[in-house]
Design a protein around this ligand. Structure first.
Ligand code: ADP
Ligand code: TYD
Length: 207
């Protein structure tokens, strides 16, 4: 039985996710609350190896369904080995990206649609976040923040791909109002932090 709290953080590339994750870690540190922090793709030794293949700029020939299944395979391992046991142990799990990334990037961005939700229903096996913070930022703005020579295989995709990913995220937000908390990520780092802190307090009071 799940007893802990599962929080995921989502957003387009360059939306400030890594920056705000550091703030979220600090939020819990200030409260002297232990968290399990993890990320996708990755989070386990097997998942990190899958991550290296998926993000490798040399893997240009990768079929979109192969890509979706690799993300899901890494996730299945992550849920089984890290997330579910931690939640059963009553821990707070903070995850940098989760299944919404697959729906947005592979379902919308790659145009694989419903297949992605179906594959991932097996990967997550009912283990879904209690709350998901979605950093909402025009993908063109996010993209400009990442240096071209530092972009991985997904980040270096064309603009239309990232527009579709963002459309997917907005649809997910609309479809999951009880779980997904949209954050306007166009302001200053400090303002976004304060907004997230306020919402984290609300989450801790409600759960
Ligand atoms: P992500 O993890 O979503 O790709 P990062 O947190 O790594 O994004 O941020 C990408 C770049 O944008 C970094 O150089 C970071 O310092 C900068 N950045 C993050 N948040 C903001 C913000 N609110 N305004 C301006 N620049 C930001
Ligand atoms: P990440 O390391 O979070 O990149 P960043 O910190 O720049 O946001 O994620 C790597 C890339 O993988 C990112 O472009 C999003 C993509 N991704 C998917 O396409 N599907 C998925 O299921 C996940 C978890 C990530």
């Amino acid at each position: 039985m799940k007893k802990g709290i599962f929080i995921s953080i989502e957003g387009p590339d360059g939306s400030g996710k890594s920056t705000q994750i550091e703030n979220i870690k600090q939020f819990f540190k200030d409260k002297k609350m232990d968290i399990v922090f993890t990320r996708e793709p990755g989070g386990t030794a097997i998942g990190e190896r899958i991550r290296a293949i998926i993000l490798d700029n040399n893997c240009r020939e990768m079929d979109y369904m192969t890509e979706a299944m690799l993300y899901a395979a890494a996730r299945a391992q992550h849920v089984a080995q890290v997330i579910r046991p931690a939640l059963e142990d009553g821990k707070i799990v903070i995850c940098d990206r989760f299944v919404d990334s697959s729906i947005a990037y592979q379902g919308y961005g790659r145009g694989l649609g419903e297949a992605v939700a179906i594959i991932n229903s097996y990967a997550v096996a009912g283990c879904m976040p209690d709350v998901t913070f979605l950093l909402k930022l025009d993908p063109a703005v996010g993209r400009n923040r990442i240096r071209a020579d530092q972009q991985d295989r997904l980040e270096s995709e064309k603009e239309a791909f990232h527009d579709e990913v963002f459309r997917g995220y907005l649809q997910l937000e609309k479809d999951n109002p009880g779980r997904i908390v949209g954050i306007d990520a166009s302001g200053s780092i400090e303002d976004i932090k304060l907004d997230i802190y306020k919402k984290l307090e609300e989450v801790l009071n409600c759960l």
